[in-house]
Write a protein that binds this ligand. Structure first.
Ligand SMILES: Cc1cc2nc3c(=O)[nH]c(=O)nc-3n(C[C@H](O)[C@H](O)[C@H](O)COP(=O)(O)OP(=O)(O)OC[C@H]3O[C@@H](n4cnc5c(N)ncnc54)[C@H](O)[C@@H]3O)c2cc1C
Ligand SMILES: *[C@@H]1O[C@H](CO)[C@@H](O)[C@H](O)[C@H]1NC(C)=O
Ligand SMILES: *[C@@H]1O[C@H](CO)[C@@H](O)[C@H](O)[C@H]1NC(C)=O
Ligand SMILES: *[C@@H]1O[C@H](CO)[C@@H](O)[C@H](O)[C@H]1NC(C)=O
Ligand SMILES: *[C@@H]1O[C@H](CO)[C@@H](O)[C@H](O)[C@H]1NC(C)=O
Ligand SMILES: *[C@@H]1O[C@H](CO)[C@@H](O)[C@H](O)[C@H]1NC(C)=O
Ligand SMILES: *[C@@H]1O[C@H](CO)[C@@H](O)[C@H](O)[C@H]1NC(C)=O
Ligand SMILES: *[C@@H]1O[C@H](CO)[C@@H](O)[C@H](O)[C@H]1NC(C)=O
Ligand SMILES: *[C@@H]1O[C@H](CO)[C@@H](O)[C@H](O)[C@H]1NC(C)=O
Length: 569
């Protein structure tokens, strides 16, 4: 396997210089150091290495994972077996102050491919406005539905599945990540769940990926035609592992950015320090540093490097390099409620088809409930910026999807509706508590701090029961397990939501546009440090985020290619 370890050391100290090519055009030789070989990191690295003037070095904390059978296998059981193993960072939240003091396991991939190696592989896009708001509300010029969906198409290789609707023009068909819908079989999903949702006033979608995801549809998953996982490690990196200018170092945990002499009042990175498996501290030099360490790793490395809120880092013995208080702030995660029923005896639990139902405020809520929700939306909880608050109001008023009801089996014989709150108002934070990179950050998810969040989840939990009690579905079910017959009033439902809160594992926002990075992804106050991962997303889009994060990787690489390091001043 072409995973280079330290043989690349000589390469690392290559002096970069301008070379005049025979053609007369000038190329700028550039060494890129990518921190984190995850979802976006391997996209950026692979694309940058298409240009032979670039040397790309990726440092990944985890191992390569290629021999782990549970990564390739997309069965619910395999996916559920990954958390809490060596491919998981095993992060936990602080006790949820507003949700019965529960502690949430915040699974994140610690393996080549990052979270794309351990996720559910659903490949989705949000409402158009959710992405247009990056430009309109957060000043991320050039980042909108049109440009981001073009970048997602570059990543995507979609193929239609016989017997299921899809609209080919919504998809990319020649990118590295394969995706398709699971072939349906006649069972509880096709005969029960879909007709029940329609009977309860839901709608059918022809394809959720064109900027209006509302309705129920068999959502595609990132998988090859043989149904195994297609993700950044096996679809971007592996086919290009032989490139002489692409070096991926696993078992290498970056502990900080190294700084040189400042230019024009901005700090200049010269490389990074990392720790190998033996616990030794080593360094890598480069011209540009790209942080793709994910929503918890990226702010951690920034803070360890002196970029963050000085009141948080100085007491830990870290001197301020750039005082940037928004690092680690604006954390948002999508909370979930649950509906669980037992399947009637003899009903096959074959379903991996994921008929997912996205609903908007106007389908989820009746007119009085809509007004209640809109009133609750006016009060911003602590930590929600003005810009994000306005963006949430704009999404609500334009009827952008607000809840997703996932439906999937619960082995051995259960059916789950999992309502996901897509546009939470609550904002938490993730900050270091030690100058030692091996200490996990303190993750305060602040889930459902906002009464709006509790209200929408409560209404969603009630609606899930309505689906389960529709005539087409009832013959398939043997009875409700959760919430259970004792839960009937609004107050009981809201307490149930608090007691059984989960998460979609979609944390975003800890190095957001406008406050940590500019529209070119450059970290404020630095000349040559960039972020490319889910941390830059300023507000939760109404979807699962990996497709957008692949798009971020594609767009980041294209921008960096178009703007040589000689622009870094
Ligand atoms: C269980 C689960 C299910 C999910 N299901 C879906 C789904 O069905 N569909 C969907 O679209 N999304 C899903 N998601 C979310 C999605 O997978 C993530 O949002 C996305 O993969 C994050 O990409 P990223 O590039 O931001 O970070 P990651 O992919 O997490 O990459 C970060 C990388 O950086 C590495 N790293 C961190 N710190 C350091 C350091 N100091 N030094 C070196 N390396 C470091 C990590 O090990 C990791 O490889 C799910 C997530 C989880 C956990
Ligand atoms: C990385 O570490 C794991 C053990 O955690 C080991 O099995 C693997 O061989 C290492 N990979 C390399 C390339 O050193
Ligand atoms: C995937 O995992 C499931 C359940 O764990 C198992 O039944 C199935 O055989 C596995 N598939 C492959 C191809 O290994
Ligand atoms: C969280 O992780 C711990 C340790 O792996 C495990 O014991 C616990 O069951 C997990 N909790 C949930 C809700 O999955
Ligand atoms: C996560 O926990 C499991 C089980 O205890 C352990 O094997 C694994 O090494 C842990 N992951 C990390 C990154 O420490
Ligand atoms: C599935 O297909 C992929 C891509 O062609 C291939 O790399 C992989 O080995 C295949 N896996 C199995 C189990 O057939
Ligand atoms: C992030 O948080 C900071 C501090 O609360 C705030 O100033 C900034 O506007 C927020 N950014 C976004 C994108 O919401
Ligand atoms: C809306 O639903 C609520 C229950 O949440 C009910 O009390 C109310 O009468 C309904 N209003 C309308 C206009 O249907
Ligand atoms: C950091 O923490 C690890 C694990 O607890 C420990 O082995 C290491 O010595 C610590 N490093 C420093 C510099 O304190």
């Amino acid at each position: 396997m072409a995973i280079f370890h330290i043989v690349v050391f000589s390469v690392l100290f290559l002096t970069s210089h301008l070379v005049a090519r025979a053609s007369g055009s000038t190329v700028v030789e550039t060494t890129y150091v990518v921190v984190g070989g995850g979802t976006a990191g391997l996209v950026v690295a692979t694309r940058l290495s298409e240009n032979s003037a670039n040397t790309v070095i990726v440092l990944e904390a985890g191992s390569d994972g290629f021999n782990n059978p549970n990564i390739g296998n997309l069965s619910v059981a395999s996916i559920q077996s990954l958390p809490g193993t060596s491919v998981d960072w095993n992060y936990t939240s602080t006790p949820l102050e507003f949700a019965s003091n529960q502690i949430i396991n915040e699974t994140r991939g610690r393996v080549l491919g990052g979270s794309s190696a351990v996720n559910g592989a659903l490949f989705t896009r949000p409402n158009k406005i959710d992405l247009d708001l990056w430009e309109l509300a957060f000043g991320a010029i050039g980042w909108n539905w049109n440009t981001i969906s073009a970048a997602i198409k570059k990543a995507e290789h979609f193929s239609a599945t016989a017997g299921l609707t899809s609209i080919l023009s919504f998809h990319g068909t020649s990118g590295p990540i394969f995706d398709s819908q699971q072939t349906p079989v006649d069972d509880v999903w096709t005969q029960g769940v879909v007709p029940a949702v329609l009977a309860a006033g839901g709608t059918e979608s022809l394809d959720q990926n064109g900027g209006d995801p509302a309705g129920i549809w068999y959502t595609p998953r990132a998988m090859f035609p043989n149904s195994t996982r297609s993700y950044s490690a096996n679809s971007y990196y592996q086919p290009n592992a032989g490139r002489p200018n692409l070096h991926v170092m696993v078992n290498s945990t970056v502990s900080r950015i190294l700084w040189g002499k400042s230019k024009n009042g901005k700090v200049v990175a010269t490389g990074v320090e990392y720790i190998n498996l033996a616990g030794e501290k080593l360094t890598v030099s480069g011209d540009r540093v790209i942080l793709s360490a994910g929503v918890y790793g990226t702010p951690q490395v920034l803070e360890l490097s002196g970029v963050g809120n000085h009141q948080i880092i100085n007491p830990l013995g870290i001197s301020t390099v750039v005082n940037l208080p928004a690092v680690g702030e604006n954390l948002s995660e999508q909370p979930t409620a649950i509906y669980l029923a037992a399947l009637a005896s003899g009903v096959a639990d074959s379903g991996q088809q994921f008929p997912n139902n996205f609903e908007t405020p106007r389908t989820l809520l009746n007119s009085t409930e809509w007004i209640t929700a809109y009133r609750l939306l006016q009060t911003a909880p602590p930590g929600l910026s003005d810009a994000a608050h306005k963006a949430l109001i704009a999404m609500f008023l334009s009827d952008s999807v607000i809840v997703e009801f996932m439906s999937f089996p619960s082995p051995p014989a259960g059916l789950i509706f999992l309502p996901i709150l897509l546009h939470p108002m609550s904002r938490g934070s993730s900050h270091i508590v030690s100058a030692n990179v091996t200490a996990p950050p303190s993750i305060d998810l602040a889930l459902i701090q906002s009464p709006f969040d509790i209200y929408i989840l409560t209404k969603s939990a009630q609606r899930a029961r309505r689906f389960a009690t529709q005539a087409p579905l009832t013959p398939f079910l043997a009875g409700e397990v959760l919430p259970g017959a004792a839960i009937t009033t609004d107050a009981q439902f809201s307490q149930f939501v608090k007691d059984f809160m989960g998460v979609a594992w979609h944390p975003l926002g800890t190095a957001a546009f406008g406050s940590v990075v500019d529209a070119n992804l450059r970290v404020k106050g630095t000349t040559n440090v960039f972020v490319a991962d889910g941390s830059i997303i300023p507000v939760q889009p109404g979807c699962h985020p990996s497709a957008i994060i692949y798009g971020i990787g594609e767009k980041a690489a294209a921008m960096l290619k178009a703007s040589p390091r000689t622009d870094d001043v």
